[in-house]
Design a protein around this ligand. Sequence first.
Ligand SMILES: Nc1ncnc2c1ncn2[C@@H]1O[C@H](COP(=O)(O)OP(=O)(O)OP(=O)(O)O)[C@@H](O)[C@H]1O
Length: 677
Amino acid sequence: MNQESLGNIKGIGPKMLEKLQELGIFTLHDLMMYFPNRYDHYEQKPLYELVHEDKVTIVGEVMHQPVIQFYNRKKSKLTVSIKVENSVVKAVLFNRAFAKNHFEVGEVFTFSGKWDQHRLQITVDQFKKGTMEENSPISPIYPLKGNIKNNQIIKVMTQVLSEQIDSIEEILPVNYLKDYKLPIRKEAFQSIHFPPDFVHLKHAKRRFIYEEFLLFQLKMQLLRKKNKEVTKGNQHNYNVEKVNQLINKMPFHLTNAQQRSLKEILEDLHSPYRMNRLLQGDVGSGKTAIAIISLYAAITAGKQTAFMVPTEILAEQHEKSLRQLLPEDVIIERLTGSVKGKKRKEVAQNLEAGIINVVIGTHALIQEDVHFANLGYIVIDEQHRFGVQQRNTLKEKGILADCLFMTATPIPRTLSITAFGDMDVSKIDEMPVGRKAIKTYWIKENMMQRVLSFIDKELANGAQAYVVCPLIEESDKLDIQNAVDLYFQLQEVYKDKWKVGLMHGRLNNDEKERVMHSFTENETQILVSTTVVEVGVNVPNATVMMIQDADRFGLSQLHQLRGRVGRGDKQSYCILVANPKGDTGRERMRIMTETTDGFVLAEKDLELRGPGDIFGIKQSGLPDFKLGDLAHDYRALETARNDAIDIIFHHRLREEEFQPLLKYLKINFDYSKEILN
Ligand SMILES: Nc1ncnc2c1ncn2[C@@H]1O[C@H](COP(=O)(O)OP(=O)(O)OP(=O)(O)O)[C@@H](O)[C@H]1O
């Protein structure tokens, strides 16, 4: 089977060709790959099991000559009495008088249509001579667009399949088929379009799911390999001694997982290939610490470095950490939206002149007027918040710059190997020692008094608390508690005892900085905030996170918010205030109180809300699979990925049994031509 145009096929006229093109079908290959999205299944049940007004299928023998009645001039009703089991059932066909001659007494027919339990009567949509088995019981329903009909696709497909079936070549090696018990390709095509039974259909689907995952993963691995080869010559000879000095100076011992990830990152820096790595780790697992050490390593190799983060608050916080940890001779600057006028000009000039060693910033880093002298390494935090485009713009500013992407959002493995399949992945899967699991409680509004005195006790022990609300201003529609109101209420409750701060997106940058600063320094003990504190904010002294209207947040977001506490060695608490109306809201609250494992939560979120919502944006880079479902087919995806890595990195495409696959890749995927040659 190939890229032959459908125009060459006998029986497909210009009109049909046009209709097929509307569905995106241009070649034989396109047509075969146009899978049904569901199947009509005529299941024969005993009469007593049929449900009144359901669509049913009945098989019976014609008992008498059909009776026809005409009414309203052009309308007709044809009634065929049939014997089913030991009953007489009436099959009624409206306005199909011509069908009368089809029915001979004594012949068996299969009818499908709407069942009338009281009259023992079926209003027939379709009928066919013969028993169920003779009438292909599972019929495909194709996704339709334009003015093509399902029957027309079935007709074309039947014809093409019967004529071309022998030209469909297998593309997978025989061993794979054997190991995974998959049907051969031509059989799978036959079964997915016209399944003889459900078992064949299941295996055909299994085959195509594996096939599409494998083809996708092959593409990812080819890109990964290409990235390595093309970028040869990108070696950073960092100063091991200086890096070790910094590690020893850190206020804590790195966890094993941190050490392992750091080692992988440093190896990438040192290797002649461009780093394209994702550093994944649950909230508070210590990713930033690793990022800082690796930035310093690149600086000791004489390179400029950049640290890109999603919010102004984070940029300021990280700038502070960099200044605290790095030796004084490292020149650190911040470039965010709030750096303006003369200062901004100065930073831009110094970047271009190569004076600055590390610049930390937000989107401001990718403005057109920002140029680097010799950008060698970029760390991008919370990467899925930046679009693919923005990531690339920054990359392009530094020729062959190594890139480390960090994400605190636990991405289920199925998603990470799909969206980031072309990347290497390091994982920090261990928390620093001494961390206590955060205790999470779900309470109703009417228990607020108790919560407030609990917070009071915590603060009396020297700790601090966050109170998060979903929106900043009251909305009539969504009865949501607003941050400003709550701020005033809490001030009233705690009067002169504790200071309350207020943070939200509408404050200007200076105000935000001031509010955050006084919370970090424990000048304010309670921070009332919208979700701007969601990512990365690090105040280890805070032990209480109270979230208002918690059922309005997704699980991953709740987990991010909860991750703002439990960052030191004190026992921390997360209090979810919610009166969820629906089951999903209640389910979310329940899960939150049951687990603190971000990955478990993300898997649940994937189940409850689908992949798009985890990333929160469209540019997530997730492909649209025809059959494969990321939430459920993770085993197939995992297997396909391992196979693709093996095939590409062990040069299997050169082997004899992989020749059909190689040929297929070359014909069907543009990307692979140059890489595969
Ligand atoms: N190995 C360690 N031992 C003890 N404390 C650590 C260790 N590594 C990091 N920390 C501390 O734990 C807190 C969280 O670390 P860090 O900010 O690096 O985590 P993160 O993974 O970047 O967090 P987030 O995902 O929330 O941004 C910080 O206060 C940091 O100083």
